[in-house]
Design a protein around this ligand. Structure first.
Ligand SMILES: [Zn+2]
Ligand SMILES: [Zn+2]
Length: 348
């Protein structure tokens, strides 16, 4: 059996680059030559054992993947070796109550690459029949880079969040957190027609990036009075839409107070621990605020994200700051933990 490089997760906090067998390709599968796989905040939580649902040990994680088709099973139609593809990693079951209700992103029996199937932090990724039959593999034209291809996945999550938040024409929007996800939400809000987008972010380099990508105001919440700025900018009304792109439970209550009557707060980020925190629920009650969540994406969101990338409607290149080899995974992990960069990519 031929071997390949992979980041092997043996247990929480026990992961390292090593060698494993290149997977055998079944009749309905594709073998993908990974070119770029991005590290997601969720991956960091998995590596540290803070998220364990669906995670196997040992396994290879990584769910933001782009590469070239290397080998095609006998039954596979529509793909050939050499095709540049990106992969929607979440495969819905199509038959649970969530799927039947049109919420396949919240499928109760989902299978996912990077969880139930080995993910992107390896040289060759097996794309199983299930994923192909579900339409989870998208071909990309030459002008889309592997970096952009890998970031279609988080962008599709943000598109789901935008749809849940209901951001629209002329809205005042607050994005809490200007990490990679916040910076995608910022751009999507502008594209959806927001009048003004305020970004709240303590790290200076991230605020600068937010300004570069179209933020009207970038606030340092540790030095400036975010509430005073929001109220001054909205004549005391508050924001129409707020997206929480940072999973800090203690920020939920003060953020709710920045929302206008009848506005929406989308809890986009996965929150630390169970997310337990204290909320003055009368803020929601008297102001008739809608608070909702957002998990993963529907395949339609993924296709829409791919179309946006293909047509150049969104800037994902600005969000990539580091690229490391599989062997350098520890360094990549440390950069992610430090918050020094934005998106960190792994390449073979
Ligand atoms: Zn992710
Ligand atoms: Zn389902």
């Amino acid at each position: 059996m031929r071997k390949m490089k992979a980041v092997i997760l043996k247990a929480p906090n026990d992961f390292a680059p090593g060698e494993i067998d290149i997977p055998a390709v079944g009749d309905g599968d594709i073998l993908l030559e990974m070119k770029k796989a991005a590290i997601c905040g969720t991956d960091i939580r998995i590596l540290e054992g803070k998220k364990t649902k669906g995670v196997r040990y040992p396994s290879v994680i990584g769910h933001e993947i782009c590469g070239l088709v290397k080998e095609v099973g006998r039954d596979v139609k529509g793909f050939a070796p050499g095709d540049k593809v990106a992969v929607a990693n979440v495969i819905p079951c199509h038959s649970c109550r969530a799927c039947l209700a049109g919420r396949e992103n919240a499928c109760m029996d989902r299978k996912a690459i990077g969880y139930e199937f080995n993910g992107g932090f390896e040289e060759y990724v097996l794309i199983p029949r299930l994923a192909l039959e579900s339409g989870n593999v998208v071909k990309l034209p030459d002008h889309v880079s592997f970096e952009e291809g890998a970031l279609i996945e988080p962008l599709s999550c943000c598109i789901r969040g935008l749809r849940n938040a209901g951001t629209g024409f002329n809205d005042n929007v607050l994005i809490v957190g200007a990490g990679p996800i916040g910076l995608m939400h910022l751009q999507l809000a502008k594209i959806a027609g927001a009048r003004r987008v305020i970004v709240s972010e303590p790290i200076a380099s991230r605020r600068e990036k937010a300004k570069k990508l179209g933020a009207d105001i970038a606030v340092d919440p540790t030095e400036e009075d975010l509430e005073a700025i929001v109220m001054a900018e909205t004549d005391g009304a508050g924001m129409d839409v707020i997206v929480m792109a940072i999973g800090v439970p203690a920020l939920v209550d003060p953020t709710l107070k920045l929302c206008r009557k009848g506005g929406t707060v989308n809890l986009f980020a996965g929150f630390a621990g169970t997310g337990a925190c204290t909320v003055e629920v009368n803020t929601i009650h008297y102001n008739e605020i809608t608070v909702n969540g957002s998990t993963a994406y529907r395949r339609q969101d993924y296709y829409d994200a791919a179309e946006m990338v293909k047509s150049g409607k969104i800037d994902l290149k600005e969000i990539v700051t580091h690229t490391f080899k599989i062997e350098e995974f520890q360094k990549a992990y440390e950069v992610c933990k430090s918050g020094a960069g934005l998106k960190v990519l792994i390449e073979p």
